[in-house]
Design a protein around this ligand. Sequence first.
Ligand code: UDP
Length: 409
Amino acid sequence: MNSINDYADIVGNETIEEVQKLASYLNGKIIQNINSTAVGGGVAEILNRMVPLLKELGVDARWDFIKGGEKFFEVTKKIHNSLHGIEENISESEFKHFMDITDENLKEMNLYGDIIFIHDPQPIGLIKIKKEPGYKDKKFIWRCHIDLSSANTKTFNFLKKFIEKYDYSVFSSPLFAKKLRIPQILISPSIDPLSDKNKEIPKETINEVLERFKIDPEKKIITQISRFDRLKDPLGVIDVYRLAKKYVDCQLILAGGGATDDPEGIEVFNEVLAKAGDDKDIHVLNLPPTSNIEINALQRASTVILQKSIKEGFGLTVSESLWKSKPVVASAVGGIPLQITHKYSGLLSRTIEGTAIYVKQLLQNPEYAKQLGKNGHNHVKHNFLITRHLRDYILLFLKTGFKEDTIFL
Ligand code: UDP
């Protein structure tokens, strides 16, 4: 695990000193993060790095999980999809099940934090406890990682009852903000440039990973790293590859694992395998959650990276790839346009055909691809690294956890 000072080489000493100073004002307050999974997906990815760094900064940050069975996560996945605007039929008994499991978690969990920082919809109902004696002085923040701009009204209204009981809400993009009676804070996610997933790695490691997965190092590679989720459109990625391959010989890597709170993964994985058929140039990789070096190597070995999501909260995989100076073609949805300025730091597309044309263009024009990757790297460096995120979160904690007159910066 890297120390906060190790980041000075990337972001400069001043940034580190500022974060250290801000953290010192938190003065022993306990920040209790709560979500629904330790592994898989962007929220776990961020908390895995954020919590230890906050601790090193002297902030008493903790991380707890809610529990839920298969049925609960089927309901929360439906809620997730429906908040992204996908048609889902959520019955009254499913909403009731969501509440029953919330109540069970409330009985079992200890909400000990001074600031209780709840991530995403799965644990949102824990806010019910705020009205109980002993919780009056605690501050509750709800962090939403989802693009709510086309959320299903019924599902959103169900959640809104809870959201408005929080002291603050946090969204990744101004486009996701809703009409709410509580303050909405804008904080975009981030990647850790020194984590195993993003740090520089030797060429030998990259070659070793390619060899292990039987990927030809001499043939151009198109890659999408994502959970096997329909909203990431892995089947559309295969269509894109097939169109591009008519013009440029290439191979496709579709790599991803599951998340414990995502029950659809296996089904989608099997659909992808079926569609890939016996094409030896399509590598469908089911990766265990510890595959950070492998993902790093696959991204670095790629000629072009795709993120063909249909909906996307932010899409950490885009920043991860841009950080590695890779040209990215991604859908113009959710938080992706925050990361890519079209034709400057990557390419944005809306259709399978459009994506394929851009992929072909990048495969045929390495100089253009290199320039996009370079611009993308600089954009991530200035906007989406964990040091900026730490600063934003600490400022948020200071704002919510203290009386205004005790903050002197
Ligand atoms: N990821 C991973 N293993 C996988 C698939 C994804 O470690 O098999 C990581 C990926 O590198 C990224 C995160 O999980 O850091 C996914 O975050 P993103 O915002 O792209 O999508 P989400 O899964 O949260 O919808």
